[in-house]
Write a new protein. Structure first.
Length: 146
């Protein structure tokens, strides 16, 4: 975790033309969330591009951005609250337009706040291991008939 938490919104589009159109509409005063619902092809389309709070150390390094592509994470650290990237960020075959909704000092959850999440994660890991063990044992004793 870094020193700050970031609350981003994103619009992900497939090409430069759509990205340019969206940026023009944003500069003209269109609402970011409405354009995300209309034009985005990303998983946050239905929520107006809204993403969960993220935190990472700066300078940004690969693999330590809570799943965000490095260029997107770098852009977040440079934006003022309410700011939108002036150009689309190329990520693979897609173009990403980023808005920073809010920024705050990093908030580390207390044990009581994190306890249920940790429990659920540990239970999921235990279930995966148990399933793998069971399937492995079944495969050792199985006979294939034609």
């Amino acid at each position: 975790m870094g020193q700050e938490d970031y609350k981003p919104r994103v619009i992900i589009v497939a090409d430069d033309t759509t990205a340019a159109t969206v940026l023009t509409q944003l500069k003209g005063g269109a609402a970011f969330d409405a354009l995300a619902r209309q034009d985005s092809v990303g998983p946050t389309k239905a929520s107006g591009g809204e993403m969960a709070w993220v935190s990472f150390k700066t300078p940004v390094t690969e693999g330590k951005t809570q799943g965000l592509p490095v260029p997107v994470a770098q852009a977040l650290t440079q934006l003022p609250v309410g700011g939108i990237t002036p150009t689309a960020i190329v990520v693979g075959n897609e173009r990403v337009i980023v808005k920073l909704d809010a920024k705050r000092p990093t908030q580390v959850p207390t044990f009581d706040q994190a306890q249920e999440t940790v429990r659920n994660q540990l239970q999921a890991i235990a279930l995966e291991k148990a399933t793998a063990t069971f399937v492995g044992a079944q495969m050792k004793t199985a006979t294939v008939q034609q």
